[in-house]
Design a binder for this molecule. Structure first.
Ligand code: GTP
Ligand code: MG
Length: 380
């Protein structure tokens, strides 16, 4: 899961840590050289002074032992000054190296490329890069032993920023609140392009709600694809749920309408409506989806797409949002996604929360989305 982006982020961290180490070493060497030069000059001056003094004394005919003693004293003093300067230099240097734009130019370029290759959309990648730059450049940082932690934390902040703008969405709390407010019923429609995992996700969400004590009805509003109703029927049978269905080719809005009526008269709490997969570019099918949403007024429109779709998912999410107004996203097939950037891109570009991640084909393979979890995984 996310191996590629994870590897690239870790490479960035290593490069920057290495750069900081090298820079600190370089500055240390520079300081030492400067110290030596200063010490030598001081020694020279003192020696000159001594020599003059000695010369005077010579004139006064005071030579011999005294002269030697004075020269020895000078040398000792010079050594003392050197040690002092060195310590001072080290104290200044202690963990405080300043990274400038130039130091980070190349690693940030590489990081941006890696983000783009890992399905992070360009605008999001740019935002992440500026955040990392802001965190690392300029300020005198106490790098020292904490270098790796600080670089890691800059990356973490940048990635979490993307999600904090979108916010979190507590699905169960939403369902509970709606049920209370709407005399016991919440109607949820699942939309998206073909084969992304809508039907499977509905079954997983149904299982999750059942486990939490809610009563659920399924609506097969995919009257378009042969075998779609049978697929949902199998899930309904496995989970012991009522499925509302019509004939193949029937009006999907009518199916959802019937499911809502059924739920109302049978005191069921949640209607999960499966719609046919449709290309976001198909005008007719998008119009049909509009009608389903207009007629059945879902409380929540969930856009389902697959993590492996990368930037295509971003484009599709935008188009579905423009057409029917999506409220949240479920990203499926995260278990087979090596890149890891889709969640970041989709959340950022739609400004809609991610509800769940699909992490396998079983009913339990649905994970509540948590930005911290994702970022930890990417940086781990
Ligand atoms: N590995 C993995 N496979 C998944 C996941 N979610 C769905 N799938 C698989 O993806 C395939 C398509 O899933 P469906 O649920 O039929 O997709 P759909 O969006 O309903 O498809 P259409 O109705 O044809 O538009 C199936 O083989 C699922 O088992 C997931 O999270 N991980
Ligand atoms: Mg389906």
């Amino acid at each position: 899961m996310f191996d590629r982006l994870k590897k690239k982020l870790s490479e960035f961290r290593e490069t920057v840590v290495e750069k900081i180490k090298k820079k600190t070493e370089r500055e240390e060497v520079k300081e030492e050289v400067e110290e030596e030069v200063e010490v030598k000059e001081e020694v020279k001056e003192e020696e000159k002074a001594r020599k003059e003094e000695v010369a005077e004394r010579r004139e006064e005919k005071k030579k011999g032992e005294r002269e030697e003693r004075e020269v020895r004293k000078t040398k000792k003093k010079a050594k003392g000054i050197g040690t002092l300067l060195k310590e001072k230099g080290k104290a200044i240097l202690e963990g405080k190296t300043v990274l400038d734009e130039k130091d980070l130019e190349k690693p940030l370029e590489v990081l941006e490329e890696a983000l783009l290759e890992s399905d992070v959309a360009l605008s999001v990648a740019e935002e992440i890069i500026s955040s990392v730059r802001r965190e690392l450049v300029g300020e005198r940082k106490k790098w020292g032993a904490k270098t790796e932690e600080l670089v890691q934390s800059a990356l973490k902040t940048a990635l979490l920023n993307v999600f904090s703008a979108v916010g979190e969405f507590d699905f169960e709390r939403f369902v509970a609140t709606r049920i209370r407010a709407k005399q016991g019923l919440v109607n949820i429609a699942f939309v998206g392009v073909n084969g992304t995992g809508k039907t499977t996700s509905i079954a997983k969400v149904a299982k999750r709600l059942l486990d939490r004590g809610y009563s659920v009805v399924l609506a097969s509003a995919d009257t378009y694809r042969a075998g779609a109703t049978e697929q949902l029927e199998t899930h309904a049978a496995n989970l012991g749920l009522k499925l509302i269905k019509h004939q193949y080719g029937a009006d999907p809005a009518a199916v959802v309408y019937d499911a809502v009526k059924y739920a109302q008269s049978n005191r069921k709490e949640v209607v999960l409506a499966d719609t046919a997969g449709r290309m976001h570019t198909s005008v007719n099918l998008m119009e049909q989806l509009k009608k389903i949403c207009r007629v059945t007024t879902p409380d929540l429109v969930v856009f389902v797409d697959e993590a492996i779709a990368g930037n295509d998912a971003v484009e599709r999410a935008k188009r579905f949002d423009e057409t029917v107004g999506i409220d949240a996203t479920i990203l499926t097939k995260v278990d087979v996604d090596a890149k890891g950037g889709t969640a970041i891109s989709v959340a950022h570009s739609t400004s809609k929360p991610i509800l769940f991640l699909g992490v396998g084909q079983g009913y339990e393979d649905l994970q509540k989305f948590n930005a911290e979890w994702l970022v930890e995984r990417l940086l781990g």
